[in-house]
Design a protein. Structure first.
Length: 200
């Protein structure tokens, strides 16, 4: 079986209100649809963590091979999605964590991090990085760390887990800043579209 992928898409994204940044179109396709399709090409099991009150996000992945996961307590923060996702994922030696709001990540980027996971078995965490070496996404976690992830609370994500395993983190540089580039405001989206000549 291929590595399972958990996409985090349950955040409130309040800085984009009233728009939903995960539904921002890129070349005519919502960002969330694009990310779900990309992940589904890589993995036999792609799970999308979604809040119960965003039906448009559920609709965005309907025609993909990704599976929706309703996170009832999504308001708690990112770690509610992580815990729910781990419970729903199939048994595996590792899983990939993918944020839904990184518009420049490509299928090749995901494959590059998966290749580093296979080539560097001594690590516990494998993650994408910017071309100048700043840690970013996606992130693969070894199953050794699953119990610690299951204990996380709040909205800090798995930062504490990553910090505790810092000596066994393998970085894979990806082109440009795509491993970290997220767009949280309408102004940021407009500037990015203009700079990259990317149509809606």
């Amino acid at each position: 079986m291929t590595l399972p992928i958990l996409i985090l898409a349950a955040g409130a994204a309040t800085r984009m209100a009233p728009r939903d940044k995960l539904l921002e179109p890129i070349n005519g396709k919502p960002l969330l649809t694009r990310v779900a399709e990309m992940a589904s090409k890589i993995s036999d099991f792609t799970l999308v963590a979604l809040p119960p009150d965003r039906p448009a996000r559920f609709a965005a992945i309907e025609d993909t091979n990704a599976r929706p996961l309703t996170v009832r307590n999504a308001a708690e923060g990112m770690n509610a999605s992580l815990r729910a996702g781990l419970e729903a994922l199939p048994e595996a030696p590792a899983f990939m964590l993918l944020l839904a709001d990184l518009p420049e990540l490509t299928e090749d980027d995901l494959r590059a991090v998966i290749a580093s996971h296979k080539a560097n078995p001594e690590a516990l965490i494998w993650r994408g990085a910017t071309e100048d070496g700043k840690p970013g996404h996606p992130v693969i976690f070894s199953s050794v760390l699953f119990p610690k992830i299951q204990q996380l609370q709040g909205d800090e994500g798995a930062k504490s887990v990553v910090a505790a395993a810092k000596d066994r983190v393998h970085l894979t540089p990806l082109p440009g800043q795509r491993a970290r580039l997220d767009l949280d405001t309408p102004e940021a989206w407009s500037a990015w579209r203009a700079a990259t000549n990317t149509p809606r």
